[in-house]
Each structure stands twice: as structure tokens, then as C-alpha cells.
Design a binder for this molecule. Structure first.
Ligand SMILES: NC(=O)c1ccc[n+]([C@@H]2O[C@H](COP(=O)([O-])OP(=O)(O)OC[C@H]3O[C@@H](n4cnc5c(N)ncnc54)[C@H](OP(=O)(O)O)[C@@H]3O)[C@@H](O)[C@H]2O)c1
Length: 335
């Protein structure tokens, strides 16, 4: 089978397609023949050498796939030929991957492999942020950064289901799509100060929840109304170019604010951190949420937005596309 390797930190073209034997599933694992694999910003960060959770180089990244079970020795409930979606703790950028059965879920007939692979990371992250932590409710206002991205589009749909209003930041070319997706107000963060825009849009009140994986935490915090919740879940600003540049990232990392408990008390604000990739030991929680999300997708309550697919052999093109900020919704690799 072919898989895509990151041999060392570098530009998108550093990615190498290599041929090798199929992985051998151990007892309790399923061998999944991959049809679509999710590309996440974390993979780009891993390629740049900025992602502490990535395996050491050389490595194959990839957190999610959809495909067909080829064999599942000793596993109840999964059979050869079954269409599935799986959370993979790396190894997803491949034509086949062996996955513990607890991380594999039947893919509803109504969903394509592409739609299936677009669900796990984006929607689980959005569920943790908006339901587990953010407790978002009808009538509340949510500021979603990178609203047109993979997580962003998932978050918009969950906000709408909750009856909350979304203010979304994105590059200007994506604003029409965001409005079609139900975003009430769009902000071009590249030409306008989003904090000023949020004040204007909310008449000075601020928003109830902010989802920020860009790293603009200080400004996002200032956008909160009393009882507001800031969810920090990434730092895409650290990825400033196609090639690794640790020096450029240092001032941005040093500018990350500390939030003092007394300051939080007096402001009636909450600062929350989410890292889906640190919940592997809580697989029952992830299973519960995945099954609910797949039922929601099957019933049309959520609708994964597949922005663009690239052949597995052009993973470099996929990484470049994301880093050029061109994607709307999920980017996938297909085999
Ligand atoms: N903590 C967690 O558990 C978790 C889980 C999933 C994702 N994340 C984080 O959430 C963020 C979104 O992830 P995703 O996979 O859904 O990616 P994504 O949002 O689809 O990422 C690409 C988009 O981000 C926007 N962007 C903002 N700053 C950028 C920068 N410096 N470089 C490139 N693009 C930038 C661009 O759109 P616009 O210019 O239109 O905004 C771009 O199209 C990432 O920071 C990721 O690390 C965290």
C-alpha cells in the first residue's frame, strides 16, 4: 500500500509517497482500506515541526479516515466489507490503516466516504467546545474564528442547531459562502480589526462565546460579554509560511497571554482549553459523541462540508491549499 510520509520538517513538497506492506491488524483491531482521509491543520503544523503531539520524524500523520473493513480479527460488530469511519491516532494518510475497534464506527449508507471522513475531528472538536464547555444556548452570540474552515463550518452548524447567532471571521472571498451557511455577520480579519468589528456588530456588548484557534487570545478575550467563555484550541498564527520558521513563531508564542484567576473572577469570564488529541484515554466519551454525530449526519441535522479533495499522492497540494487559506470546509485525500 502507498502512504504519505513526513521525512523531516519542510515545505509541502517534503511529503513523500512510499510503497510498503499493508499494516497487520492485531487482535481487537480492524484493517481499514482507506477511501478518504481528513487533512487537518495539525498535519500542516506537524509537517512544519510545530506540533508537539506528532510522532517523531519520519512519520505518517492523519487523524481520520473513511473506508471499508478488510479484516477485523477477534472483533465483534465489524465485518469485512463494512463501510466505516475511524479515528486514527496517526497513519491516516495511507491506502490502509490498522485501527483499534473502539475507534471505528459504521458509516451510514446516506453518507459518502468523503462526508464520513469530514466528520470526526472537526465535529468532535466543535461538540467539545460548544456543548461540553461553551454550553451555548439559543439567543447567544458566538464569534467563530476561521469560520469557513473545517472546524469553523462544523461549529456554525452546531450553533445554528442550538439557536445561537454566529459572527464569523474569514478571508473576504469566503463571506458569501458563510452567509449561505447561516452566519449572521462576517468579518474580514485580514483587512479589519475583528475586535472593533465585534464591538460595532454587538453595539458594544460583546459575544457570549469565542472559538479561537488562531492565537489572537487577548483580543478574543476582550470580545467577551460578562459571563462570556473563550475557548482556546489552537495557534494557527504560528504557521507563518510554507517552510518551518521557528524564529518567526517565537514572538507570537511569547505574546500568548496569562489569564489570572482574580482577573477572571472580577470580569465574570471563563477561559477554556480544548485538545481533542489528548482524549484518547476517554474513548467512551468520543464514541458516544461520534455515534450521535453520525446519527445527526444520517438524519440531515448536520451536513459535513467537503471543500476540496486531492489524490493521496498529492498531499503536498492539499497542504499548500490549506496554508494558502483557500479552503472552505474540509480538505480530504482520496485513494
Ligand atoms: N485543539 C483541538 O482539539 C483542535 C482540533 C481540530 C483543529 N484544531 C485547530 O483548529 C484550527 C482549524 O483547524 P482546521 O483543521 O479546521 O483547519 P482550517 O480552519 O480549515 O484551516 C485553514 C484555514 O484557517 C484560516 N487561517 C487562519 N490563520 C491562518 C494561518 N496562519 N495560516 C493558514 N490559515 C489560517 C484560513 O482561512 P481564513 O483566512 O478564511 O480564516 C484557512 O483557510 C487549527 O488551528 C487547528 O490546529 C484544534
Amino acid at each position: 500500500m502507498r502512504s504519505v510520509w513526513i521525512p523531516k520538517a519542510g515545505p509541502p513538497e517534503i511529503l513523500q509517497v512510499r510503497d510498503g506492506p499493508d499494516p497487520m491488524p492485531r487482535a481487537g483491531e480492524a484493517l481499514v482500506r482507506v477511501r478518504a482521509a481528513g487533512v487537518n491543520f495539525a498535519d500542516v503544523s506537524a509537517r512544519l515541526g510545530f506540533y508537539p503531539d506528532a510522532p517523531p520524524f519520519p512519520c505518517v500523520v492523519g487523524y481520520e479516515v473513511a473506508g471499508v473493513v478488510e479484516q477485523a480479527p477477534g472483533v465483534d460488530g465489524l465485518a469485512a466489507g463494512q463501510r466505516v469511519v475511524a479515528l486514527t491516532r496517526f497513519g491516516g494518510y495511507a491506502e490502509a490503516v490498522a485501527v483499534p475497534a473502539a475507534q471505528v464506527f459504521p458509516l451510514p449508507d446516506a453518507l459518502t466516504f468523503e462526508q464520513g471522513a469530514a466528520i470526526p475531528v472537526n465535529y468532535l472538536t466543535a461538540v467539545l467546545m460548544l456543548r461540553h464547555f461553551g454550553n451555548v444556548r439559543a439567543g447567544e452570540r458566538v464569534l467563530v474564528h476561521a469560520a469557513a474552515g473545517g472546524v469553523g463550518m462544523a461549529a456554525i452548524q452546531l450553533c445554528r442547531l442550538a439557536g445561537a447567532e454566529v459572527i464569523g471571521t474569514a478571508s473576504a472571498s469566503k463571506h458569501a459562502t458563510l452567509r449561505e451557511a447561516g452566519v449572521a455577520h462576517t468579518i474580514d480579519y485580514r483587512s479589519e480589526d475583528f475586535e472593533v468589528a465585534v464591538r460595532r456588530i454587538t453595539g458594544g456588548r460583546g459575544v457570549d462565546v469565542v472559538l479561537d484557534a488562531t492565537g489572537a487570545f487577548r483580543k478574543s478575550y476582550r470580545c467577551l460579554a460578562p459571563l462570556g467563555r473563550l475557548v482556546c484550541f489552537g495557534f494557527s498564527a504560528a504557521a507563518s509560511g510554507m517552510t518551518p520558521n521557528r524564529l518567526a513563531a517565537i514572538p507570537k508564542l511569547l505574546a500568548i497571554p496569562w489569564f489570572h484567576p482574580v482577573q477572571l473572577m472580577n470580569a465574570n469570564k471563563a477561559v477554556i482549553g480544548v485538545n481533542l488529541g489528548h482524549l484518547w484515554d476517554h474513548i467512551e466519551l468520543l464514541r458516544r459523541e461520534m455515534l450521535a454525530l453520525l446519527a445527526d449526519a444520517d438524519g440531515g441535522r448536520i451536513s459535513p462540508v467537503v471543500g476540496k479533495t486531492f489524490p493521496l499522492t498529492d498531499a503536498a497540494g492539499a497542504h499548500r491549499y490549506v496554508q494558502e487559506r483557500r479552503n472552505v470546509g474540509k480538505v480530504l485525500l482520496t485513494t
